[in-house]
Design a protein around this ligand. Structure first.
Ligand code: G6P
Length: 367
């Protein structure tokens, strides 16, 4: 596998563009046409049979993939799911539901807090542990009962891109594996498998929007703050979009569930606070528009990532970026890719060290 930059200016951009291949490799390496329990390691079937709930623990970008997975596990598989950052999980007294699987998610497999969470969790409290990791033979891989290895390949950019989206592929496969034990219809399983198979194409179509996203990114260069909004499963997508922007462009970015805008952050919206909305096609945009109506006079500006079939068009102070039309389950991945490109272009134009942002490390192996 090549870790050369090739024609790309930065590893981050190279890794963004590698996603169609990485997503396909992650799905195909272990699945093909159906999702076998054995994709999660020896003994997965027995452990999965006993799972009644899932506790996800992770840090940073990997925490955000866990947040997305919670929607899938609860909505599609009917499995209760909690998600917590490792540095909180490990330091509090918890009450564990019986039948809970501990699921850690980590690109490196070495993050100190996540590893400590696994070690301290108390094996007796869980039916088993599963890790979704990108690095084989890492500590989390060695110490977990079950393992799913994402096939992102080496990720060099400190800001995680292809590791995140391949984690989501693994998590959707995991949702099917648990769902079929919990009454998920065969047609639903097939629909999810089909979406996973077509995913690389939708991501490719998103990469083709690169020039449009670059153009949109120019508005962010002079700004110091930004808000990212999403509802439901797109709220963690907004969180990941905000994290990416702050990590590499040093613009303060905060994510809010869209409905909370009017409970505080709306007071801050002015011409130094662009609002990004991950709003594929629901009624969210109409609500946001009426919220923002009030701040237009102060220069409030909205950037909306919406399904191209939703028929939204740009208007003064509302810029719509039409996204590929794709199945619901593909959207968290597809929209994330667009937000990765947005952050990348803002950072490059600001002249930051995109692959090695200040003060951050690729792998945080000490507390
Ligand atoms: C660091 C990296 C992030 C990463 C996080 C968790 O903060 O800069 O990109 O998401 O660690 O790392 P992990 O390897 O456990 O996914």
């Amino acid at each position: 596998e090549s870790v050369e930059l090739g024609d790309f200016d930065h590893y981050m951009l190279k890794e963004i563009y590698e996603q169609p291949r990485a997503l396909a490799a992650t799905f195909n390496a272990t699945a093909g046409h159906e999702i076998a329990d054995s994709a999660f390691g020896e003994g997965a079937a027995d452990i999965f049979d006993r799972v009644e709930a899932v506790q996800i623990v992770a840090c940073g970008t990997s925490f955000h993939s866990g947040m997305v997975a919670r929607y899938w596990l609860e909505e599609l598989a009917g499995i209760p799911c909690e998600v917590e950052v490792a540095s909180e999980f490990r330091y509090r007294k918890r009450v564990q539901h019986p039948g809970t699987l501990l699921l850690t998610i980590s690109q490196s497999g070495e993050t100190a807090d996540t590893l400590a969470a696994l070690r301290d969790a108390g094996a007796d409290d869980f039916v088993g542990s599963l890790v979704i990791a990108n690095v084989d033979n890492s500590s989390l891989v060695r110490e977990s009962d079950l393992v799913f290895l994402t096939r992102a390949g080496t990720e060099i950019g400190v800001a995680s891109t292809k590791a995140f989206t391949t984690q989501l592929v693994a998590l959707l496969m995991f949702t099917v594996a648990l769902g079929r034990r919990n009454g998920m219809a065969a047609e639903k399983q097939q629909e999810l498998v089909n979406a996973l198979q077509k995913l690389p194409d939708f991501v490719q179509q998103t990469l083709e929007l690169d020039a449009d996203i670059k153009q949109l990114s120019e508005a962010f260069i002079p700004k110091h703050h930004s808000l990212f909004l999403g509802r439901g499963i797109h709220y963690p997508v907004a969180m990941e979009g905000a994290l990416k922007l702050k990590e590499i462009s040093y613009i303060h970015a905060e994510a809010y569930p869209a409905g909370e805008l009017k409970h505080g952050p709306l007071a801050l919206v002015d011409d130094d606070m662009p609002v990004v909305a991950v709003a594929p096609g629901d009624e969210l945009l109409e609500k946001l528009k009426s919220n923002l109506e009030e701040v237009r006079s102060r220069g409030g500006e909205l950037f909306v990532f919406a399904d191209r079939q939703a028929g939204f068009i740009s208007e003064p102070r509302i810029k719509v970026l039409p996204m590929p039309h794709c199945p619901e389950v593909a959207k968290p991945i597809v929209y994330t890719v667009a937000l990765q490109l947005l952050s990348y272009h803002v950072a490059v134009q600001k002249g930051t060290d995109v692959d090695k942002p200040r003060n951050l490390a690729k792998s945080v192996t000490v507390e």
